[in-house]
Design a protein around this ligand. Structure first.
Ligand SMILES: *[C@@H]1O[C@H](CO)[C@@H](O)[C@H](O)[C@H]1NC(C)=O
Length: 283
């Protein structure tokens, strides 16, 4: 009897510990707009954003971060998602803000999403790269990661790096490294540009559109509060803070860029008649 009570208590304890680790979305995020269209469900294990004709919705992290390796699983709007955009990004504040963007541009059923990426430093972006994905991002959850350290930003999908933006301050390219950023996400209507450049409009008869989030991992991120970082410079276990892409990463990134990249600002000579941005000329 006593032992079964003990066993029961242990099981309860173990499951509540598991729940608090897995279900951390309440602890890390606030729904910030959308009047009830954004929800945190299942004891904080799942977050959903929705969009209908009246409004989209969004959330942001409670913490600000200065560098980190941040993972989130997303499952995008399924079916006819044309005209919708799901943005998932890091951003600081002010007129000279820094920003690291993933944006998912919806499409008609069966037509491919575009994964749009960009990097802003000190208020200046114009560094778009766009990709198709090698899977249907609406069928299941997939992991989208940002590694951001003082030397580089690496965007990854299910552990495969798709883009690297290196710190090239040495040749005069500003790099985001002084402004703490929050994580933001939103689902909104952008049918004036998102799908086939705005040709395909949102079909509101399919609303509400829903995107889902789970399994946030910010354990390897430096929380910035009151002017101090949670990562002390001497601490071990912050290997990611100096992580580089190794030869395997480089090979996989080349594979993605060769087979799935559909736009690269660094090769858009028409757009930059006075010359490509300096970071495009090397590497
Ligand atoms: C939508 O599908 C069309 C046709 O396959 C394609 O050209 C386009 O890149 C796709 N994605 C978006 C977001 O427009």
């Amino acid at each position: 009897m006593a032992s079964s009570i003990l066993t029961f208590t242990l099981i309860l304890l173990a499951s509540s510990i598991t729940a608090s680790c897995a279900g951390n979305l309440h602890r890390h995020f606030d729904i910030t707009w959308g009047d009830g269209r954004g929800k945190i469900l299942n004891n904080g294990e799942l977050l959903t954003l929705s969009l209908d004709k009246a409004s989209g919705s969004g959330f942001q992290s409670k913490n600000e971060y200065l560098f980190g390796k941040i993972d989130m699983q997303l499952k995008l709007v399924s079916g006819n998602s044309a005209g919708t955009v799901t943005a998932y990004y890091l951003s600081s504040k002010g007129s000279t803000w820094d920003e690291i963007d993933f944006e998912f541009l919806g499409n008609l059923s069966g037509d491919p999403y575009i994964l749009h990426t960009n990097v802003f430093s000190q208020g200046k972006g114009n560094r778009e790269q766009q990709f198709y994905l090698w899977f249907d991002p609406t069928a299941d959850f997939h992991t989208y990661s940002i590694l951001w350290n003082p030397q580089r930003i690496i965007f990854s999908v299910d552990g495969t790096p798709i883009r690297e933006f290196k710190n090239m301050e040495s040749i005069g390219v500003p790099f985001p490294k002084n402004q703490p950023m929050r994580i933001y996400s939103s689902l909104w209507n952008a049918d004036d540009w998102a799908t086939r450049g705005g040709l395909v409009k949102t079909d509101w008869s399919q609303a509400p559109f829903t995107a889902s989030y789970r399994s946030f991992n910010g354990d390897n991120a430096c929380v910035w509060s009151n002017g101090a970082s949670s990562c002390s410079s001497s601490s071990n276990g912050n290997q990611w803070l100096s992580q580089e892409s190794d030869s395997t990463d480089q090979r996989r990134m080349k594979w993605v860029q060769k087979n799935y990249m559909i736009y690269n600002y660094c090769t858009d000579v028409k757009r930059f008649p006075q010359g490509l941005p300096p970071e495009c000329k090397i590497a």
